[in-house]
Design a protein around this ligand. Structure first.
Ligand code: FAD
Length: 495
């Protein structure tokens, strides 16, 4: 065991997607990075359905996109839902976004043990000093800033290491996140519990949508059905917190009962045995996952991934937020280490963009749940109250976005407004080009928020595919910064 001999520019705590991303993106700029991971990979994790922005954006920037393509993961073209008032399943494909045209109109369904190992090995390859089987137990701090970490090696001996920045990417179970922004703020809305396990096979949707995530709502909640391999399917139930006692008392029985209560998923699994290979032979439970923090950084330290925030499993935003958050933090760290602007401004950019992205999903998913749980739809209410927007969903977004007054300058003025308008125009053109596509009946596409979510993802993808966005990127806020051409730092906007 070789002791790390030097101080570091950055110490990253945790080697999941968030930690592997931020560490590699900083090492790619030539900085000295230590990553401390308590497990020895490969290790199990839930969160198997990815978004295109991770696959073609972040993975490409990190130099790992080709390895992902060779790994044999199941391509995911979109999502299929039995959800909301519509009794028939409906689906969307990523290709519906004009910016997600081939060859980037898909993501993957991944075994996380393999995906996370690919990202962590890549971090090691680009120069990160990765220490598995080591645990961070605390941070070193003085009055001004965080200055390093205290950690134990495989021999159990306590060590200290110093760095200009510490990034907490230690996930949901982080012990050090309170050093930034105090306690987690738990969502009152997403107070659900999940129970999940695996089957050794299962029916697939008809091609070409056989790699889609299938989500089916039923009386007690909803189920995900994720095809990982021909002989492996991830099936999880998300139900209200009131079921926690029964689920925790006997997870395997609760899981089976919930699958039986959902005819669509039950039908797909008729006669299929439960998986017996490790680590898929267990039924697991997770709860208390929906939280955010009042601050995501302080001098010398930033939070990314589940250490910072998570919304809810539906629509698979977790790994996207983790990898995008990791990239955003790396940009601020790289720029700060290069002395290109002052730390507060650089990290304010990280925090604003991360919060914005989280906010888009949070806001949208609240609506998405209400669509099936509450007949008196939130969108319908918004339309009724404000009488703005062309659809009920748009009225909702305008209301909570502060645009219900209809004052055009609020929506149209400023670069961010122009960018969203451009995205909406692209979308309308795409709709006109595909008048008969089934997917277009999906009310999601009428939502401005949904377009914004796609827009954020596609800017990342363009950067990965073409080495930069198709249009000059506008700052998120007046006076804000934009990403450098390689996506690894912040630069002044030309607009
Ligand atoms: P993690 O993947 O949790 O990695 C953190 C790492 O830090 C771990 O390897 C851990 O061992 C290490 N660590 C912890 N403490 C220490 C320490 N003290 N010292 C050193 N190392 C430490 N997301 C999706 O994108 N798609 C999905 O389909 C999806 N489904 C989900 C379903 C459920 C029920 C839940 C709860 C979440 C789901 N998610 C999904 C979210 C996803 O699991 C997380 O958002 C994602 O794993 C976060 O990545 P991360 O790198 O932040 O954390």
């Amino acid at each position: 065991y070789a002791e790390p001999t030097q101080d570091f520019d950055v110490i990253v705590v945790g080697g999941g997607p968030a930690g592997a991303t931020v560490s590699a993106a900083v090492a790619l700029r030539g900085h000295r990075v230590l990553l401390v991971e308590k497990e020895t990979f490969p290790r199990y994790q839930i969160g198997e359905s990815l978004l295109p922005s991770t696959v073609h954006g972040v993975c490409r920037i990190l130099g790992v996109e080709e390895e992902m393509a060779r790994a044999g993961f199941k391509p995911k073209r979109g999502g299929t839902f039995r959800w909301g008032r519509n009794r028939d399943p409906w689906q969307f494909s990523f290709a519906l976004s004009p910016r997600l045209a081939d060859p980037t109109s898909f993501a993957y369904q991944v075994e996380r043990s393999r995906f996370d190992a690919i990202l962590l090995d890549n971090a090691r390859r680009v120069g990160v000093d990765v220490r598995e089987g080591c645990r961070v137990t605390g941070v070193l701090a003085d009055e001004e800033r965080i200055r390093g970490v205290r950690w134990t090696g495989p021999d159990g001996e306590v060590r200290e290491a110093a760095a200009r920045y510490v990034v907490d990417a230690s996930g949901n179970g982080s012990r050090i996140h309170p050093h930034v922004g105090g306690k987690r703020i738990y969502s009152d809305f997403f107070r659900n519990i999940a129970v999940f396990g695996y089957f050794a096979g299962g029916e697939r949707l008809p091609a070409p949508n056989d790699g889609n995530i299938f989500c089916a709502a039923f009386d007690e909640g909803w189920l995900w059905y994720i095809p990982l391999r021909d002989d492996l399917t991830s099936v999880g139930a998300v139900v209200a917190r009131e079921n926690a006692d029964a689920v925790q008392r006997d997870p395997a029985t609760a899981w089976r009962r919930l699958i039986d209560a959902c005819p669509e998923i039950r039908g797909f699994l008729d006669g299929v045995p439960q998986a017996t290979e490790t680590p898929y032979d267990q039924v697991r439970v997770r709860k208390d996952w929906s939280y955010w923090k009042s601050r995501l950084w302080r001098p010398g330290m930033a939070l990314v991934g589940d250490a910072a925030c998570f919304v809810d499993p539906v629509l698979s935003s977790g790994v996207h937020l983790a990898t995008y958050g990791g990239l955003l933090a790396a940009r601020s760290i790289n720029s700060s280490l290069a002395g290109s602007s002052d730390e507060a401004r650089l990290f304010a950019e990280f925090e604003a963009r991360y919060r914005h992205e989280y906010g888009l999903f949070h806001e949208f998913l609240v609506s998405f749940y209400d669509m099936h749980q509450d007949e008196r739809s939130y969108f319908w209410k918004a339309r009724k109250v404000t009488n703005v927007g062309t659809t009920e969903l748009e009225a909702f977004v305008e209301l909570v976005g502060g645009l219900a007054s209809g004052d055009a300058s609020l929506a149209g003025a400023g670069p961010a407004g122009e960018r969203l308008t451009a995205a909406a125009d692209d979308f309308e053109r795409a709709v006109r080009r595909l008048p008969d596509a089934d997917d277009l009946r999906n009310p999601l596409y009428e939502s401005e928020t949904f377009r914004q979510v796609f827009q954020e993802g596609t800017v990342l993808q363009e950067r990965g595919l073409l080495g930069g966005p198709l249009e000059t990127e506008a700052p998120l806020r007046p006076g804000g910064l934009v990403a450098s051409e390689d996506g690894l730092a912040w630069v002044e906007s030309e607009q």
